[in-house]
Design a protein around this ligand. Structure first.
Ligand code: 5GP
Ligand code: ZN
Length: 132
């Protein structure tokens, strides 16, 4: 698995199309996956897309999202548990690359817990010693 960093663009052959029933046309992260909103790619494969958070809370702050739209981690765990496991594996790869494997993994779930985008995303914080 190769980590990379590049601007996502609309010509990306792996971009999800608007005809895909598992995307939401009003969802910011579906638009990022489709290349309709620019992002800085860190990693991608058939199942997930990982990109830099626009407002980083650590030296390395990456968001990992499944290509298919699920509202939150609970829905993901129920409908596609293997994708949740894969997200943890991808987080580990990112942290191996950035900071000898140490990382913090956060899924804000629900508005009152700070979730602002309702397409499940793992926050991977790494790249430095993190405050408690
Ligand atoms: P939440 O608050 O839902 O847990 O996390 C949403 C995250 O998405 C926030 O950390 C926020 O900085 C990030 N974010 C919001 N809009 C954009 C965007 O357009 N591009 C990128 N790369 N990150 C975004
Ligand atoms: Zn979405």
């Amino acid at each position: 698995m190769k980590l990379e960093e590049s601007e996502n663009d609309m010509n990306d052959a792996t971009a999800t199309t608007s005809a895909d029933v598992s995307t939401d046309p009003d969802c910011l992260f579906c638009k990022i996956i489709a290349g309709q909103v620019p992002s800085t790619k860190v990693f991608e494969d058939d199942e997930v897309y990982a990109f830099k958070d626009i407002n980083p809370k650590a030296k390395v702050h990456v968001l990992i999202v499944p290509r298919k739209h699920y509202a939150n981690v609970h829905e993901l765990a129920e409908k596609s548990p293997q994708t949740l496991v894969h997200i943890v594996e991808v987080a580990k790869k990112i942290a191996d690359d950035a900071f000898h494997g140490s990382f913090r993994l956060i899924f804000n779930t629900g508005e009152d817990a700070g979730q602002s985008v309702f397409h499940v995303h793992a926050h991977v914080l790494t790249g430095e010693v993190l405050a408690e």
